[in-house]
Design a protein around this ligand. Structure first.
Ligand code: ADP
Ligand code: MG
Length: 598
């Protein structure tokens, strides 16, 4: 028999890696901005068009690259930041994996212009889907420009599941905020769809916080500081009155890198004690400095989870630093920020010198735009469908949908119409079928998962790195109980010490980045309904998976997709109800329609 194993071509391997590294436009922005920081830039300008779908451009005044490096930078595992395994424990740079540029170039059209200070000419590279299209000398200022166009042009599925522009832009902003807070000594300028959106001039930390979050923090931040042999801590916490119901304004940085860590967040909250109510979260911007050998950033490509060798002690140090500041602030009034009067300028909107860089792009470019423009006009006819008063839909039809599945298969291949991206209308034998896409999708997934669990045939995927989850004693007991079900569904979870589990694999239908939160959801869900763990475990797990994996959120669907979707739905045992029993399909009988017209 002939051998069958082959090495994947680079373009394919890079595309696979891109799935981990570049999940959405915001991840590309984060990687490129971090590269600019690593290159020693003091000025970074970020241009976003169409929430990053059409253009992401980052220009920096960093050290630039040589001709060879510029080309090498796009190879996978090509990095100037580490040389050997031991360097992983000494990382001071933001990047080190050498994966980002290769990944981005595999799923977009990328243009690079770069020049080092002492070179006369720079290098200009155009690369598309990992293929270099051209490389030429160019005259350029010192620094680097990356332009990423048409992200995910060759992965329609990924492109399709991006959320609406407003939401994607929020993700981008949040990444920029993290980096801008971590590096107030760098000037950041953001352009959105051709206009100046924000400029954060070189500042100190206090000023940077205010320039990002506004004057609401002007009088309400208290400075914290602590210097021990384990770590150095500095930053700001909010006065108790600024605590909110949501923990949006909680920022932790280690060696200027943003990260998330529940135990540290809890330590801060503990320090506030009874100064805040139990449902409130205080804002904070806490910076930790430790020797790089004391942390492991090598956990996930998106790098927001960081392991600390000395997590417990650092928690305590944070707690006491916060307590100290809060205690002291009873006597010392909150600080007064705006003593630096020049600084006020940065809030004035009449800053006219700044001009948006010009980019020539077709902002209407969308390779996945609907081919059928008629459908769009039709849609308008139905625009207000959702807002129509209830009597417009016959009551008994609702009842029939609620009671059971009406036996009304759609006419095969009948034209489907998507309305407000949320509903599909198609013909049944005796009436019009109105389908709520999200609910119907949850039904399809639910039955698929349930079937897979019951037949133990869920395909599994390995996580890139084992994911450790730490839980308390009760949660451990619950997880142990549902573990066998989880295993049959394709989760590969192993007990690891007293109150820890390690996830090695998960069902291939869920994203690896979601796996930890899905497992935590399982535990929470079961801890809330503890009595029925074994009786309804299969259904409950399938329901949860359906809920967390339901993808069809406001996505424009093509005709054939809608037909396939409906066919799948009507193969379900209960096709007219969502996974959690809500109406997913309504039948509007032709007779009723006729009556109305008469
Ligand atoms: P990493 O940042 O993990 O090293 P990347 O794929 O992000 O990997 O980048 C590869 C290499 O390209 C970097 O190590 C760096 O040498 C070079 N590089 C990337 N962006 C820039 C930039 N803006 N300025 C100078 N060099 C850069
Ligand atoms: Mg990088």
């Amino acid at each position: 028999m002939t051998d069958i194993i082959q090495l994947l071509p680079d373009s394919v391997a890079n595309q696979i890696a891109a799935g981990e590294v570049v999940q959405r436009p915001a991840s590309a922005v984060k990687e490129l901005v971090e590269n600019a920081i690593d290159a020693g830039a003091t000025d970074i300008s970020i241009t976003i068009v169409d929430a990053g779908r059409t253009v992401i451009q980052i220009v920096d005044n960093g050290m630039g690259m040589s001709e060879t490096d510029a080309r090498m930078a796009f190879e996978r595992h090509a990095t100037s930041k580490i040389r050997s395994a031991k360097d992983i424990f000494e990382i001071r740079s933001m990047g080190f994996r050498g994966e980002a540029l290769a990944s981005i170039a595999a799923v977009a059209h990328v243009e690079l212009k770069t020049k080092r200070a002492h070179d006369e000419l720079g290098t200009h590279i155009i690369i598309k889907g990992s293929e270099v299209e051209s490389q030429e000398p160019i005259s350029f200022q010192t620094g680097t420009l990356f332009q990423v166009k048409n992200l995910f042009y060759n992965i329609p599925a990924r492109r399709k599941f991006l959320k609406k522009n407003e939401t994607e832009f929020k993700y981008i902003l949040s990444e920029i905020y993290h980096t801008a807070l971590g590096h107030p000594q760098i000037c950041f300028t953001i352009y959105k769809d051709g206009d100046l959106y924000a400029k954060y001039p070189v500042a100190n930390l206090k000023q940077r916080i205010i320039s990002i979050f506004g004057k609401r923090f002007e009088k309400s931040l208290l400075s914290i500081e602590s210097d021990t042999s384990i770590c150095k801590i500095y930053g700001f916490i909010g006065t108790p009155e600024t605590a909110k119901k949501q923990n949006f304004d909680q920022y932790l940085f280690v060696n200027n890198r943003f990260f998330k860590q529940r135990s540290f967040q809890n330590a801060v909250v503990r320090a506030y004690g009874t100064l805040i109510s139990p449902q409130e979260y205080p804002p904070f911007f806490i910076f930790i400095e430790v020797a790089p050998s004391q942390i492991d950033v090598n956990i996930h490509p998106t790098k927001t989870e960081i392991k600390f060798v000395d997590e417990f002690n650092i928690s305590s140090i944070i707690e006491s630093a916060v307590k100290y500041t809060l205690g002291k602030s009873n006597i010392v009034p909150s600080l007064d920020f705006m003593d630096d009067s020049d600084y006020n300028d940065m809030f004035s909107s009449s800053n006219t010198e700044i001009k948006a860089p010009t980019i020539q792009v077709n902002t209407n470019y969308n390779p996945f735009a609907s081919r059928n423009s008629d459908v769009k006009n039709w849609e308008q006819l139905f625009e207000d469908f959702e807002n129509q008063p209830e009597p417009d839909i016959p009551q008994q039809t609702f009842a029939s949908a609620l009671n059971s599945d009406f036996n009304e298969p759609p006419v095969p291949q009948a034209t489907c119409l998507q309305i407000q991206k949320k509903y599909i209308v198609t013909q049944g034998k005796t009436g019009l079928l109105l389908i709520d896409i999200k609910r119907a999708h949850s039904r399809i997934l639910f039955e698929q998962f349930l079937h897979q669990i019951q037949s133990a045939s869920q395909p599994s995927q390995k996580t890139l790195m084992p994911i450790q989850i730490d839980i308390d004693h009760t949660e451990c007991v619950i997880l142990q109980q549902i573990l066998p079900e989880l295993q049959t569904m394709g989760f590969d979870i192993e007990e690891f010490g007293a109150q820890s589990f390690v996830i090695h694999g998960c069902p291939s239908s869920i994203e690896v980045t979601h796996v930890e939160s899905i497992v935590r959801d399982f535990i929470r869900d079961f801890s809330e309904n503890r009595t029925n763990i074994s009786a309804h475990a299969h259904e409950a797990i399938a329901k949860l998976m359906a809920k967390t994996s339901a993808l069809y959120r406001n996505v424009q669907m093509q005709q054939d997709e809608m037909q396939a979707f409906i066919a799948q739905l009507f193969q379900c045992e209960s096709h007219s109800l969502s996974a959690d029993g809500k109406v997913a399909v309504i039948l509007l009988e032709y007779e009723e329609i006729l009556k109305k017209f008469n």
